[in-house]
Design a protein around this ligand. Structure first.
Ligand SMILES: [Zn+2]
Ligand SMILES: [Zn+2]
Ligand SMILES: [Zn+2]
Length: 143
């Protein structure tokens, strides 16, 4: 016999928890890191008064440091490269835990591997498939 679920008591807290519903973005004007409540569509910077459009709620943002000018860049998680708005360097947004897929070169089994890996060994047939065999990088034959 199923146990009836008791309704969740509503917590008697009239305001948001301190850290729960805040997000942050980089000001489009002075590039300061701004905190804003989740759900806000625009954020007005207290330093330079520039209005920065906030990403829609639910968008997972990630950060990286620009390889060119070392500015902190925000980008939508899942993007593969991020162009810096300061120095226009295109940074590869490769997260350590990101995985990619490749088909085994022998049995066509779909294999997962971590970004940055040079080769993947197939668990089924033990064939080693090399990653990044794109013609643009290594196999450029100039005749
Ligand atoms: Zn600003
Ligand atoms: Zn930069
Ligand atoms: Zn295989």
């Amino acid at each position: 016999m199923p146990v009836p679920l008791a309704p969740y008591p509503t917590p008697p807290v009239p305001f948001m928890p301190p850290n729960g519903n805040q997000s942050h973005l980089v000001c489009s004007g002075c590039r300061n890191l701004l905190l804003y409540p989740v759900g806000a569509t625009t954020v007005c910077c207290a330093v330079c008064s520039a209005v920065t459009t906030a990403p829609p709620p639910g968008t997972e943002m990630a950060q990286l440091v620009c390889g060119g000018c070392h500015t902190l860049l925000m980008y939508v998680r899942g993007a593969t490269n991020v162009q810096c708005s300061c120095c226009h360097t295109v940074n590869l947004a490769l997260e350590a835990n990101q995985v990619a897929h490749v088909n085994c070169g022998n049995c066509r089994m779909l294999l997962m591997y971590q970004y940055g890996a040079r080769s993947v060994k197939c668990a089924v047939c033990n064939f080693v498939t090399s990653i990044g065999a794109s013609p643009s990088t290594e196999q450029k034959v100039s005749s």
